[in-house]
Ligand binder design. Structure first.
Ligand code: CTP
Ligand code: MG
Length: 224
């Protein structure tokens, strides 16, 4: 089977408050998504990288003028819809059901090619596939009416990251079935009764979500 990366890049970046889609914010001398695509371009086992843009995106080609990635303007109202539409586009470009797809958030721009290789090594012979994730570091509280109802057991709980690696033939129907609410690929696959593999990611592989994330990411990228 071949391996492809699919990069959902069609969000509006509301929480980041960058005055536009966060994936195009300048960061350490490049638009944010430029870092993400540069890391994926160094993963030699990938046969192709497909970027999913919003249908009314006007910025990608301007700010990322040179890229070997394929671009499709099929972004949807949710991340899940953008990924599902991207998978259809990947299939139209010749990807087969048994091929692997690594879905990676455009907004996780600190990605290192080694982490992707680590995920591929861990999942290539797996029945289901898997995802980068990290054991939870903070204590977890369940809230009722603004107060702590209970403290949950942190043991055995992981925070999901991306990339998440599944076969096209499993992931596409899983996402269609799951609908707009799922926030990652694994949960759609889990809903079909499968148990994706947890592969240790990195603290640095955080997603740019809130305003302070930009400065931290810029410092880390500059110091590399
Ligand atoms: N994404 C997408 N299509 C959507 C929503 C999100 O392709 N309809 C992408 C984003 O561009 C991002 C990734 O999915 O690369 C993770 O989503 P998130 O961090 O939630 O980004 P936004 O949805 O843009 O941010 P916010 O939720 O704060 O508006
Ligand atoms: Mg979002």
């Amino acid at each position: 089977p071949r391996l492809f990366a699919l990069v959902p890049c069609a969000g509006v970046g509301e929480r980041a408050g960058a005055g536009g889609p966060k994936q195009y914010a300048p960061l350490a001398g490049r638009p944010l998504v430029g870092h993400t695509l540069a890391a994926l371009a160094q993963v030699s086992r990938l046969s192709g990288v497909l970027v999913v843009l919003s249908p009314d995106d006007t910025q990608f080609e301007q700010v990322v003028p040179q890229t070997s990635a394929w671009v499709e303007r099929v972004g949807g109202a949710s991340r899940a819809a953008s990924v599902a539409n991207g998978l259809a586009a990947l299939q139209a470009r010749g990807a087969q059901p048994h091929d692997w797809v690594l879905v990676h958030d455009a907004a996780r721009c600190l990605l290192r090619p080694e982490w992707v290789d680590h995920l591929i090594d861990a999942c290539l012979d797996d029945e289901v596939g898997g995802l980068l994730a990290l054991p939870l570091a903070d204590t977890l509280k369940h809230e009722v009416d603004g107060r702590v109802d209970t403290t949950l057991d942190r043991g055995g709980k992981w925070q999901a990251q991306t990339p998440q690696m599944f076969r096209l033939g499993l992931l596409r129907p899983a996402l269609v079935q799951a609908g707009d609410a799922v926030t990652d690929e694994a949960s759609a696959v889990e809903a079909l009764g499968h148990r994706p593999k947890l592969v240790r990611g990195a603290l640095e592989n955080f997603k740019i979500t809130y305003p302070p994330d930009f400065e931290l990411a810029a410092r880390l990228l500059t110091s590399r």
